[in-house]
Design a protein around this ligand. Sequence first.
Ligand code: RIB
Ligand code: CA
Length: 309
Amino acid sequence: MTRPQLLIDTDPGVDDALAILMAYEHADVAGLSVAAGNVGLAHTVRNACVLVDLVKARTPVFAGCPSPLVRAPEEDAAFVHGRDGFGDVGFAAPASAAAAEQAALALLRLTRERPGELTLVALAPLTNLALALRLDPSLPERVARLVVMGGAVNGHGNTGTLPAEFNIGFDPEAAHVVFGAFPQFDLVDWELTLRHAFDEDEFDAWLAAGDHRADFYGRICQVARNTNRERGRRGVIAADALAMAVAIDPSLVLRSESRHVAVELDGRLTRGATVVDWTGRLARPANARVVLELDQPRFAAMVRRALGA
Ligand code: RIB
Ligand code: CA
């Protein structure tokens, strides 16, 4: 069976790093387009290059937009990922560097060169995808699948306003553009992430297995694990890894519902919320396949293999 062909938009970021390690273990990676989000663009681009070096790949890295489309973000996620996005471990500068091509243009070019072949995996605020769509609205026709990590489908968010999840809340206008342009995408949200945590001891056993990828991830994830523990989040969670599992093998999805999902742009208390028409009352097309349950043992096996355990 041919390996999935992935185009990944990312803001590495600790859970992005685990997702990208999974991508290299289980798929082929056509490119990494990088967004600002967890931390600033300079850090996220550097971190993407650190990951490419770590797995000795030759994947092109494309720097994206340094800020959201309209409003400045209220906060980044350095409190989870460290000021440098990789747990403030202090890795040496990467040998590889970003390409000169802007991320939005690279997304358009790569999908023109490989129409219908690439699964687009969105692990970051959707700024780059929105810019690409504004430049070329035909982009969705050339994308085999879009998988988005984002949102909180029942309003249990993690940043900014109470119902907002970070990737959507950081750039709600971008999410509005993307959700309105793609007739169909898979949505892996924050609430699903919390339901698919790993046991701490089991995860630590994977990290202790001795593979260089496990050593790397064990170093960068400590700040995030401590923060999540302080916030009462059970087990080891990795939102982007969950989305990557769905992108690599959609058969892991045990339960989903196709619904219309929109993004709140103006609410003082709700800006960035993903609003789901669960009962179909608006009679609008269902643009999102909301993933509601995954095969946890198979998800765990995917992650474990990506850590060489
Ligand atoms: O809410 C989780 C998402 O926000 C993940 O993509 C994480 O990397 C952060 O970007
Ligand atoms: Ca991310």
